[in-house]
Each structure stands twice: as C-alpha cells, then as structure tokens.
Design a protein around this ligand. Structure first.
Ligand code: TPP
Length: 357
C-alpha cells in the first residue's frame, strides 16, 4: 500500500472513485471483492429502506421522517470500517449506519413513529439513541471515548453530526476536549450542504469543516462523501488510529442531501432543480455500480436478484413494525433512567392515570 498523505492538508479532498466509476488505483483501499459487493449491497439496502420510510410517512403510517438519500456512501463506507467493539453516537439521520450495525429496521421506523421502543436497541449494538438537539451528541461521543480510555477498554467511538452542527458550541467543546484528552473518538461530519434551509456557506467562512481540526490539534480530512471507497479508507485509518491509542480525528464527508430535510419541508423553496441535478449525476450508488460492472463483479442478473432480496428484507421489517403491540405511554419515562427519580415517577403515574381515564 502506498503511504497516504491525506492528513497533510485538511482542505485536500480524498477521492478514490469518481462520478463515472473510475478509481484512483494508487489510493485504492484493501478490500476483497466480497467486501466491494457488500458495500454496494449496503447502499442499496439503505436507499430502499429510505424510499419505504418516505412512503410509509406519506400514507400516514409513520409520524415524520428525515431522509438520508444521497448519503448512502458516507454511511456504508464508515460502517464497513467499524469493528464490533466500537460505539456510535448518532444524530438523527444515521439510519443507514444503525442498520448496518445490527439495529433492525423496524426499530428505526418505530422511532420515527414516535415510539420509544425505537430508542431501545439490541444488547451489544453499542449505539446511543438518536439525538435531535443539534450537535449535543458530539460531547457524548467524546465522553464515551474518555471512558473507554480510562477503563482501558477496547474500541473507538464515532460521533455523528451535520454541517449545521459545526456552528454549535458543542462542536467546539467536543473537538477541544477530544484533542486535550486524546480520546479514541472519530467526529464524523456529513456535510450534506444544507441545515434545513441554511446553505453551507452561511455556516462558516472556512473553506471546509475538516480544516478546523487544525485549531484543536487533531488530524482532519475531507473526503468525497459520495465515494464509498474514500469514506471507507479515511474512516478505517482514523478508527484504527483511535483504537491503537493515536487519538481523535475529524472527518468531513462532503455529500448532498437529495431529499427534503424532513417530510415537513419542501426543499425546492430554497434550492434549485439544477443543484439537485448536479448531485444526481454524482449519485453514490450509480458510480459504485459502474465500478463493479467494469471490474466484472456485477451484472444485471445479480442486480435483479439483489433488488428482489432487499425488497423482501425491507417489507419483512415493515411487517414487524406493524405487528408491534401498541406502545405503553409510560415508556417515555421507563427508558430514561434505570432507577426512576421520584419526581418523574409522579409524572409517569399521573400520565398513566390520565390515559387510563
Ligand atoms: C440545538 C438545536 N437547534 C435547532 C434545532 C432545529 N433543527 C433540527 S435539524 C436542524 C438542522 C441541522 O442541520 P445539520 O446539522 O446540517 O444536519 P442535517 O439535518 O443536514 O443532517 C435544525 C436547525 C435543533 N434540533 N436543535
């Protein structure tokens, strides 16, 4: 493997797979053919899940939903670089990584139905509940990193956030603390270029989010977030370093939110069709398929089989979602603390009584 110098200038963007599916062989990460196919499968799974969630919401079968269309490479590339012992601390758009880390899709859907059981994940998945207060979760990611380091436990932590979160004080505090205490944390920013209706240029005068790492004494790298290979390579390097005591890294995956912010939004009120067309040509899935096809690792027969497999998988999760018994209103309190404090117990009991009337 040639030695990479991707951390020398954080404004430099790591790109391996271009929009037409051609790779820069010098930078190609070590991945087996099966892993390359898996990356593609993961991205298709994420997109199909996303399409289904949007439909469920439109049919009134789900409350609201924040689409991650366009961010599949960022999430699948990162997920492939994580190890079972690693932790993830998501924001509210990480449904892809969550599923790839073993959280069943029906629980992710349940969250968007406003069901607290959608915050309660299988043992061992090492994922905190999604965090809606923008940026707040980065501090938790650094705190878990410090705990792992203090207890000398194996693993790294990935804290997720968007470009909008990089303007919050919590972003600064998290990076500063991570740098000073050298926590095994990767701060993974998916810069999808919009924070609801606020464009990236209104978040910072800096050319990139990645370059802000220098001010905290951390390595920072910007990657083409629509290039699963580049995201994997940068994430693997950062996570390996974190796990081996080398400290934190800031990764900025430059991508694009192809859908509305959530189902409560209409993005065409503030962005142009031309902009969406530009990014549609840079779709992360199209380029991966072109690459695999040129390498003779993929063909239309495999594609057909994959799509039907994934459709069945996605539908089975919706069936599980809709077969869930009605939630207990007390869940809002029950999942908060192991030992519920007296004041919340009082509120819970009052709610249960009210609902029971
Ligand atoms: C502290 C806080 N302020 C405002 C909001 C309302 N809000 C929800 S999402 C969002 C934009 C977030 O943008 P970004 O961080 O870029 O993430 P993205 O939605 O693009 O994934 C805002 C302002 C919030 N949830 N929390």
């Amino acid at each position: 493997m040639p030695k990479r110098t991707i951390y020398k200038a954080a404004t430099e963007r790591l790109e391996i797979l271009d929009k037409d599916g051609r790779v820069d062989k010098k930078l190609m990460p070590e991945l087996t053919n099966d892993q390359l196919r898996k990356l593609y499968r993961d991205m298709i799974l994420i997109r199909r899940f996303d399409e289904k969630a949007l439909k469920l919401q439109r049919q009134g079968r789900m409350g609201t939903y924040g689409s991650l269309k366009g961010q599949e490479a960022a999430q699948a590339g990162l997920a492939m670089a994580m190890e079972p012992e690693d932790w993830m601390v998501p924001s509210f758009r990480e449904h892809g990584v969550m599923q790839l880390r073993g959280i069943p899709a029906h629980l992710v859907h349940a969250y968007w139905k406003g069901d607290e059981r959608g915050n309660c994940f299988p043992e061992g998945t090492r994922c905190l509940p999604p965090s809606v207060p923008v940026g707040s979760q980065l501090i938790h990611a650094v705190g878990i990193g410090l705990a792992l380091k203090t207890r000398k436990e194996k693993g790294a932590v990935v804290g997720f956030a968007g470009d909008g979160a990089s303007s919050e004080g919590d972003f600064h505090e998290a990076l500063n603390f991570a740098g000073v205490f050298q926590t095994p944390t990767v701060i993974f920013i998916q810069n999808n270029q919009w924070a609801i209706s606020v464009p990236f240029k209104k978040q910072t005068a800096a050319a990139s989010i990645a370059q802000r790492a220098h001010g905290y004494g951390l390595p920072g790298v910007q990657v083409d977030g629509n290039d699963a290979l580049a995201v994997y390579a940068a994430s693997k390097e950062a996570l390996d370093r974190a796990r081996s005591g080398g400290g934190p890294t800031l990764i900025e995956a430059l991508t694009y939110r192809m859908e509305n912010h959530t189902t409560a939004d209409d993005a065409f009120k503030y962005r142009s069709k031309e902009e969406l067309d530009y990014w549609t040509e840079r779709d992360p899935i199209t380029r991966m398929k072109a690459f695999l096809t040129a390498k003779r690792l993929w063909n239309e027969k495999k594609e057909k089989a994959l799509l039907s497999d994934i459709a069945a998988e996605v539908d089975a999760e919706v069936e599980k979602l809709e077969a869930m018994p009605a939630p207990d209103p007390a869940d809002v309190f029950n999942y908060m603390y192991r030992d519920i404090p007296w004041n919340l117990r009082e509120q819970r009991d009052a709610l249960v009584e009210e609902v029971g009337r």
